[in-house]
Each structure stands twice: as C-alpha cells, then as structure tokens.
Design a protein around this ligand. Structure first.
Ligand code: PHE
Length: 494
C-alpha cells in the first residue's frame, strides 16, 4: 500500500502512538517519545496525521496565574499588611503617628486600609486588633496563595484570586493553548509496516551513487516556494558591470581601448572637429570652461591649419565657416564635452595606420539635472579607420555591437554633426519604441586633411546612461548615482 503518503515525522509519531497506550498525548510527551527537540516538528506531524484522520487534536486554553512584579517583592519581603502586622506586634502602643514615621507615605496610606479590612480598628489614634488569630489566619492564607504560584486558574481559591486581582501588580494571568493528541481507531488500524521511516535523500553523493542504495531511496523534493536568504556579497556597481560588458564586446570585435584626459582645449574638443567658433554649444552656459588653467598650449602650426580650414576651407575644397578664427578661443581649457576629442587626437598621432579604437569614458555638459539628464555622463565612443571603410560598414558595426548587447533591432536615421558627412542617428527598439542612443558618421575632409589622415574614418559616440536605463529598466537616470543599497542589491548581474 504505497498510497499511504506520510512524511517520516508523521510515521514516527503514529507508530509511537500505536505502541504506547496513552489516552491523550501532550506536546512534551510527543517530543520525548519521538526524540525530537523542535516543537514545530511535533506540531507539524500532528497536523499531518490529523489531516489523514489518524489522530484527533484537542486544544485547551488554560490560564495560568503567576506572580507579577509586586508579588515577587512580597515573596521576598512579605506582603505590606504582613509587615504592618509584624510591626504592630512589636510595639506596645501602635499609634497612627508611630506607623506613619515607621513606614513611608506610599505604604502607610494603603497599609492602614488593608489593616482595617483585616479587622483592625483605630481607637483614639491607636491601632487595635480585636481578633488577632483571625488576622494571622488570613495573612497565612494570603502568603500561601502567593507561594503556590504559578498555578492554573481553576486550581486556585476564587476569593483569594479575586482579592489579589484587585490589588495592583501582585498577580497576572497568562493564557496558553495546550495541545494534546489522541489516536483514532483509523490510526490504530494502520499497518505498522507502513510506518517504517524511509531514508530521504536531500543530497546525492558519489558514495551513494557507487552503491545500489539510491535505487530504493526516496528523494526529498525541493520546495521552490520556500523563502530563503539571499546571499549578499560585494559586487560591481551595475554601471561598472555594464562598462565591463561593453569593453568585452568591443575587444571581441577587434578594437583596442583608448583612455585619455578629460581636461582638454577647445581647439581639440571643437576646432579640430570643425565646430564653428560661434557654435551655440561652445557658449559658457553649455560647456564647463576652466579658470585654472585658463589656457593650454597648442602648436601654432596646428592652430594655423584650423584657422585656414575654418575661415575659407583651406585646400579641402570646402568654403569653411568664414569670419575670423581666434587662437585665444582655441586655447581655452575645458572639461571635454564628448570623447570624440580623444579619438581625434589619437588619429592626429597615428594618421596613417589603420585602426579600430574605442573608449567608454566620462564627459561633461552644463545640463540641468532631470529624469534623463546629468551634467556628468559617459559616452561609448569608437572609430574605424581603414582603406575602403564606408557607411555600410559603420552601420553593420553599430548593429553588431547592439546585437551583442542584447538589442538586435537597430536603425539609423540621417542627422547632422559639423564634423561628419554623412551623419547618422542610431536608434534601438525597446518595448516597441525607437529610442535614440547616439550619433555617428564619417569624418569630413575639414577634420581629416589638416591632420594628414588619408583613409576614411568611421566614428560614433553613444550615451552609456541611456543604454544603462534600457538594460536596467530605469525611467530615471539619477537612480544610477544615488547610494540606494536596497536597489543596488536587487540589480541583475550583467
Ligand atoms: N560626439 C557626438 C556627441 O557627442 C557623437 C558623434 C561622435 C557623432 C562621432 C558623430 C561621430 O553626441
């Protein structure tokens, strides 16, 4: 009969109840007989057996009367009326006055009341006991009552209990549910053979697998609904983890990483990139210019090249921006507004060798902080320079990157940047919507020629925080930079 689906503790408890004849079993008896220490095991087993109809549970609520704080004191130094009575017996003429000087006020007042109840009268200021033996008798009963505690309420004298319940702090009551189990006829009829405990295996060991024992064994099922502790250990901040992942994707795609300073000149940050000197993004309210140092050195030669490109296009065939180019403006120092400032300098140093370079780094813009903007953020920047590089290759590279990051749907749209032609915006599909994640394009001759670059340069710059918002499902960018430990602990491993 395999149908008897009992757990081991249930088997043990029922077997003991069949073997030993008790009309009813208390929790203590079950614990002792079954050799358990955990009450929950006994209660659980009893509950299971009850569900099968093998035992009957009875629950009796009992009220225990126990000593309260004043009661404990009375046990130690005697009840107040007892102490007063003892005093009365020692003095020849127990006057109210003497009593008041002997006992403190908080005892003397109620004490006299207690004595009166016991049958002490006051005659001309003197305390007189008419029936000393009755008083002694009552006092003894009271102190016997207290020494008998704790005791179940029903075992106590009603009058005395009522008396003490009316007095403050002497006794208190404690309600308890007492469970007991008795075996039912159905429980008696269960074949003891079926109550043999089975070996329940919770862990497979090599030793076990070497014998045939596992074939007969019962395996403990995992209860995946149980609450469990979440292991907590140190880990990377989700932003750092994301940066690491981006790094590994670019490294996988054959890129090398570029790390460079964020203090730069306007010359490299803007002029080299053919951003006109009167471009609105160059204004003080958009860019963090530095006062220390106010300016940084740039070679005359370089600035002259930019000057000619900006003013009339130099030899590039471009008409330039017109106006007059200022060396002072070019030398102003600032916090880089994009990481393109570093890739362009890399190209200036290595104008001839084909390369694939990326960076994930911090940039600064004077943005008002809100749900989607921060004055400090990160860009994912990259360039490919090689003979024959073209727009198709640029789009494929970006698509490959986002697909590796888990966003296979990418599209590009025409855009404008002063330094690229053509220029693109990159969009990624997320929850059915297209989200703009960055810009890209092929560097214009106005950018490449003054630096002696001959092959086409594909370039892009994308927002890291925007991507992080997608990956982590955020609708507020600020969440990334507040120390919200609870949130940080709940973030997925990236
Ligand atoms: N630097 C641009 C930005 O900050 C992005 C970009 C990089 C665009 C390279 C084209 C080429 O948004």
């Amino acid at each position: 009969m395999d149908g008897l689906n009992l757990l081991n503790p249930e088997r043990r408890m029922l077997l003991k109840m069949q073997q030993i004849d008790h009309p009813s079993w208390s929790l203590e008896q079950v614990l002792e007989t079954c050799s358990w220490t955990d009450q929950a095991v006994a209660v659980g087993a009893g509950h299971g057996l009850e569900n099968h109809g093998f035992v009957k549970l009875s629950e009796v609520v009992t009220t225990d009367i126990q000593l309260d704080s004043e009661g404990e004191k009375a046990m130690h130094s005697g009840l107040l009326e007892q102490r007063l009575w003892n005093w009365m017996k020692t003095v020849s003429e127990p006057s109210m006055k003497a009593l008041q000087s002997e006992f403190e006020r908080h005892e003397a007042g109620p004490g006299v009341g207690l004595l009166k109840q016991l049958g002490v009268a006051i005659d001309g200021g003197i305390l007189v006991a008419n029936d000393a033996s009755m008083i002694e008798d009552t006092l003894k009963k009271r102190s016997d009552f207290l020494s008998s505690l704790p005791l179940e309420m029903s075992e106590l004298d009603d009058d005395l209990l009522n008396h003490f319940r009316q007095r403050k702090g002497l006794v208190s009551s404690l309600e308890q549910t007492v469970r007991s189990w008795s075996i039912t006829p159905v429980g008696e009829s269960v074949d003891p053979e079926l109550l043999k405990e089975s070996v329940v295996i919770s862990e497979l060991t090599p030793e076990l697998l070497q014998t045939d024992e596992w074939k007969e064994a019962e395996f403990r099922a995992f209860d995946v609904t149980l609450e469990s502790a979440t292991p907590r250990r140190g880990r990377s901040h989700p932003m750092q983890a994301l940066i690491e992942r981006i790094r590994s994707v670019f490294l996988e795609m054959g890129f090398s990483e570029l790390v460079d300073d964020y203090v730069q000149t306007a010359g490299w940050n803007m002029d080299a990139l053919f951003i006109p000197q009167d471009h609105p993004a160059r204004e003080m309210q958009d860019t963090f210019y530095l006062t220390e140092p106010l300016k940084m050195d740039l070679s005359e030669d370089l600035m002259s090249k930019w000057k000619s490109i900006h003013e009339d296009g130099g030899d590039t065939g471009s008409t330039g921006w017109g106006g007059s180019f200022s060396f002072d403006t070019a030398q102003r120092s600032l916090l880089r507004t994009h990481t393109t400032v570093n890739t362009i300098q890399y190209l200036a140093k290595h104008p001839k060798e084909a390369c694939r370079v990326f960076s994930v780094d911090r940039v600064f813009r004077k943005e008002a902080i809100d749900r989607t903007h921060l004055p400090e953020f990160h860009q994912i920047e990259g360039i490919i320079m090689e003979e024959g590089a073209n727009l198709q290759m640029l789009v494929t590279t970006l698509k490959t990157f986002y697909a590796k990051m888990g966003y296979p749907e990418v599209r590009v749209r025409p855009a404008y940047f002063p330094y690229t032609e053509p220029s693109l915006e990159i969009e990624v599909k997320w929850h059915g919507k297209w989200l703009e994640l960055g810009g890209a394009g092929i560097f214009r001759p106005e950018v490449t020629e003054p630096l002696g670059i001959q092959s086409p340069v594909l370039a892009w710059g994308m927002g890291l925080e925007r991507l992080a918002m997608l990956v982590l499902g955020l609708d507020d960018i600020r969440q990334l930079y507040i120390s919200d430990l609870e949130w940080l602990r709940m973030q997925p491993l990236l």
